[in-house]
Design a protein around this ligand. Structure first.
Ligand code: 4AD
Ligand code: MG
Length: 427
């Protein structure tokens, strides 16, 4: 047995493959069966004269998604969908499929209802391969820079990004939350490991129905002792560049299948422009979009700003008052925080968010009180500031946002196998 792509590489002679029927067309004497496996699709031709009567009967009954094993002679054929064809000498049907419910031109909602089956589509298969490359690139990047991978908890007593998007869970006789971000735990681990990263699911009860928000998504986070804002920006840029490079290296075929304009990705080179929030407002004002200083940038404003750029852009120094409690004031300008967002081009929005971390217990306490948090749930977090506190910084990269951007998707839901949103928790 070999994969379809291995068979194509062999290019001639006898091959043995297995997979699922992707398309089928039959006449009285011939059957054209396109078979797919994880690697590719290939056309297989059966002729009534060259297989047994049983095999021919089986071939006639084959419907889309039936599972088959095929042996035969492979040769190049420019008319075949992937340039090769197998002349079948042996056909084994592992499973006769019923009539597959997914046919052409079905609605987005129907395809989401049938997600467990739609995952077999070439489109989603291509996206999932790219997603896998994204994780590979992340691991490669951090490990090559001597980061340790760590595992934060999913159950947590704390909010990290504000109480309004927390999922509450019954935890024995207590209430806990599903994590919004590993960050608070990462801050504990840097005192032993110094440079760490993790890829973890995060949960947010996002009430907005946008094409950018999931209730369950993967965040790739890093945290590092001693690092200041400037240095952490270099890492954020570095990991994004490495991801794009790696996908271009490994997934050209998949990008082509998705209809992605690869030229746009090839233009992604560093250094990414770095502007402050205040500078961003000036650019927006020239575009006729006036934002009051102090207000967070909304989607339309981010998109408008990004019309000026072809690469991601790093926006720094947002107003302190709108920021999460852990983002420290800039000592040079106390109105702003030492923080950043990285925005993707082509309207894909914020892909990375990060900051230095406040080490001042009083500021942190004030921030938590302002957010209405109960301080005793954060005593452990504040206590870390009492023992060898050092500057440290980190960020979180939204994996599905990056996958959406790289693949050029219309909706973030296609960047994860089983999307969870306010309106969808099945299958
Ligand atoms: O900007 P956020 O909220 O940052 C944090 O959670 C920090 N604690 C991370 C850190 O410093 N370690 O989230 C980080 C990224 C966003 O830039 C975005 O790409 C993604 O996570 N993200 C989401 N992706 C999909 N669906 C959602 N609901 C998301 N919320 C955030
Ligand atoms: Mg953010």
């Amino acid at each position: 047995m070999m994969s379809i792509s291995e068979a194509m590489k062999q290019g001639s002679g006898n091959v043995k493959i297995r997979g699922w029927v992707y398309r089928e067309r039959k006449s009285n004497k011939m059957a054209f069966i396109v078979v797919r496996d994880a690697t590719n699709i290939i056309q297989c031709v059966l002729s009534i004269d060259e297989v047994s009567a049983d095999e021919w009967e089986a071939a006639k009954k084959l419907l889309i998604e039936s599972a088959v094993e095929i042996e035969g002679e492979i040769k190049e054929d420019s008319r075949a969908p992937t340039g090769y064809e197998i002349k079948v000498s042996n056909l084994t049907v592992v499973h006769f499929a019923e009539v597959f419910p997914i046919t052409k031109d079905q609605s987005v909602e129907f395809l989401l209802d049938k997600r467990h089956l739609w995952l077999r589509s070439r489109k989603l298969t291509a996206i999932m391969k790219i997603r896998s490359t994204v994780f590979e690139a992340i691991d490669e990047f951090y490990r090559s820079k001597d980061f340790y991978e760590v595992a934060p908890p999913i159950f947590t007593p704390n909010a990290c990004e504000g109480g309004s998007s927390l999922f509450e869970v019954k935890y024995f006789d207590d209430i806990m939350y599903l994590t919004q971000s590993w960050q608070l735990y990462a801050e504990a681990l840097i005192f032993s490991l110094e440079k760490i990263y993790c890829n973890s699911p995060c949960f947010r009860a996002e009430k907005s129905k946008t094409s950018r928000h999931l209730a369950e998504f993967y965040m790739s986070e890093m945290e590092a002792a001693w690092m200041k804002l400037d240095e952490v920006l270099d890492y954020a840029e570095g990991v994004v560049l490495h991801i794009v490079q790696k996908v271009l290296e490994k997934n050209k075929e998949e990008l082509k299948l998705l209809g992605r304009d690869v030229g746009k990705l090839e233009k992604i080179k560093g250094p990414f422009p770095r502007i402050t929030y205040t500078e961003a407002l000036k650019i927006l004002e020239k575009d006729g979009l006036k934002v009051t200083w102090g207000k967070d940038l909304r989607t339309i404003e981010e998109d408008k700003l990004m019309e000026h750029y072809e690469t991601p852009v790093i926006v720094t120094h947002y107003p302190k008052e709108t920021m999460a409690f852990y983002k420290p004031r800039d000592p040079k300008d106390p109105k702003v925080a030492l923080c950043f967002d990285m925005l993707a081009p082509e309207g894909y929005g914020e892909i990375v968010g990060g900051s230095e971390r406040d080490t001042d217990i009083e500021e942190l306490t004030r921030g938590l009180e302002k957010e209405g948090e109960s301080l005793e749930r954060y005593d452990w977090y504040l206590e870390m500031r009492k023992y060898g506190s050092v500057p440290h910084s980190g960020y979180g990269l939204g994996v599905e946002r990056v996958v959406s951007w790289i693949c050029g998707l219309d909706n973030i839901k296609d960047a994860i196998p089983f999307p969870r949103t306010m309106l969808r928790n099945k299958p």
